[in-house]
Ligand binder design. Structure first.
Ligand code: BG6
Length: 471
């Protein structure tokens, strides 16, 4: 039996501004938190941007987007997920007026997508708070960020009304739990950040996200606005009830974000967590009402599952995108130690749908791998990335299974559809793309683009609406 996807399924790919655009100081752009993080999310922060920071050039998407979108169109993309660099629009974040050149760039980019019938899916904030907001306000710990984000998102909804239908408020909003600087622009070092300030910052982001939903709908009733969660299905390491409860509690800390976005209230388990950790969330009058503006759909990234245990000595044995847990003995891992679990995607789709009964959108999934460029039969360079094809095929088959389970899945955007700079390690050698970019970790390369084998494979998947997938 072949895999069935609904008519109108939104096939596509995803990137983020800071990982591909480059042009970090052009056309009035201010510095963002990414511009001072040359070694990626877990590395040290510099005072000013330094030349070893691969993101300053990225893959030069800022200048080459026309060529890249043409390639996406050749694959048949229906949707293209990208983010807007906040510091292109408000260079410091706290200005009253936006930077016209920044707005114009995205106007042109979205027009280019529409030229090929590609619908933009836009993340308002993807790991790049304007540096000024981080340094001078301590990022989302400060309530003022709500107002700055409100102005920023209002500017975007107004400007791109009719051009952008699908919006995501914050990329992987729950990642602030582990990476407060990159995710929440919080300048206080992670080991000095109190749980009180962390959860107050989270409250501010949740209010800002709900405000964006409210404003977005007021400005453009056609807009569909979603949250974006880093999904990480958490299995109990053993049937020991201690492990089951430990897994449930880890899931709660992540579900919290989806629960507020989808249900509009703080869940009971978090009230207990706050009580037991001495956290008191300061709510402004009206916050509870704002939170009731729930999202139209739930989007999420999916790369790995983890195991959880009540036994501390067995935890933290495997890598993951930002979160780590106990290793699953049944799974193999990528070259970066991320455990590969296609069925986890079916599982997480079921879990989200059972919980929220809202449409779901898989906006990130893919394999970061070291590719070898070879000369193809036609003499043009290419990559035989059968490993990537297998990874994506197996995950998409599980999306098909979830659709069979009755889940409403809006679409799928594979992460890093064109090679880009890794978020966690800032390497370009961790490649996800269907399109190879000739750029290397030592800052060399021509930036030429080449189609990989997976390019033609994905084109076929889209053209057949998933019928070509191999169970
Ligand atoms: C997600 C992020 O966590 O994972 C992306 O939203 C990131 O920005 C992706 O690139 C893959 O992670 P990495 O570290 O391999 O780039």
């Amino acid at each position: 039996m072949s895999v069935q996807f609904p008519e109108g399924f939104l096939w596509g790919g995803a990137v983020a501004a800071n990982q591909c655009e480059g042009a970090y100081n052009e056309d009035g752009k201010g510095w963002s938190t990414q511009d001072v993080a040359p070694q990626g999310i877990k590395g040290p922060i510099t005072e000013v941007p330094t030349e070893d920071n691969m993101k300053l050039v990225g893959i030069d998407f800022y200048h080459r987007y026309k060529e890249d979108i043409k390639l996406f169109a050749e694959m048949g993309f229906k949707v293209f997920r990208t983010s807007i660099a906040w510091s292109r629009i408000f260079p410091n974040g706290d200005e009253l007026e936006p930077n016209e050149k920044g707005l114009q760039f995205y106007d042109d980019l979205f027009d280019e997508c529409h030229k090929y019938g590609i619908e933009p899916l836009v993340t308002i904030s993807h790991y790049e708070t304007p540096l000024h907001l981080s340094k001078h306000y301590n990022g989302w710990v400060n309530r003022e960020l709500v107002g700055f984000y409100e102005r920023y998102s209002r500017t975007l909804f107004t400007r791109y009304k009719g051009k952008v239908k699908y919006w995501l408020t914050f990329n992987e909003i729950n990642s602030i739990l582990h990476e407060p600087f990159m995710s929440g622009g919080i300048y206080t070092p992670k080991d000095k950040l109190s749980k009180q300030n962390l959860y107050q910052a989270i409250h501010h982001e949740l209010v800002a996200s709900a405000l964006a939903v409210k404003i977005g709908h007021e400005i453009d009733p056609e807009a569909k606005i979603g949250c974006m969660i880093l999904s990480m299905p958490t299995y109990p390491l053993t049937p020991n009830p201690d492990d089951v409860i430990a897994a449930m509690q880890t899931e709660h800390l992540n579900y919290f974000f989806g629960d507020v976005h989808a249900r509009g209230i703080y869940p009971g388990y978090m009230k207990r967590y706050f009580r037991e950790h001495g956290i008191e969330i300061h709510m402004e009058p009206g916050d509870a009402e704002i939170l009731k503006h729930t999202v139209d759909f739930i989007s999420f990234s999916y790369y790995v599952s983890i195991c959880e245990t009540g036994d501390d000595s067995r935890r933290n044995q495997t890598e993951g995108n930002l979160f780590s847990g106990a290793a699953n003995p049944y799974l193999e891992a990528s070259e970066w130690g991320w455990q590969i679990d296609p069925q986890g995607l079916r599982y997480v789709l079921n879990m989200f749908y059972d919980r929220y009964q809202k449409p779901l959108f898989i906006v990130e999934n893919g394999l970061g791998a070291k590719d070898v460029l070879i000369t193809g039969e036609d003499g043009v360079p290419t990559v035989n990335d059968d490993y990537r094809i297998k990874y994506l095929n197996d995950h998409l088959v599980q999306v098909g299974e979830a659709i069979e389970d009755g889940i409403e899945v809006m679409g799928y955007t594979s992460w890093g559809c064109i090679d880009l700079v890794s978020a966690s390690t800032a390497e370009l050698s961790k490649r996800y793309g269907f399109i190879y970019v000739d750029r290397h970790d030592d800052n060399t390369g021509t930036l030429e683009r080449y189609r990989k084998k997976s390019f033609y494979w994905y084109k076929d998947v889209i053209a057949t609406n998933g019928q070509s997938l191999q169970r």
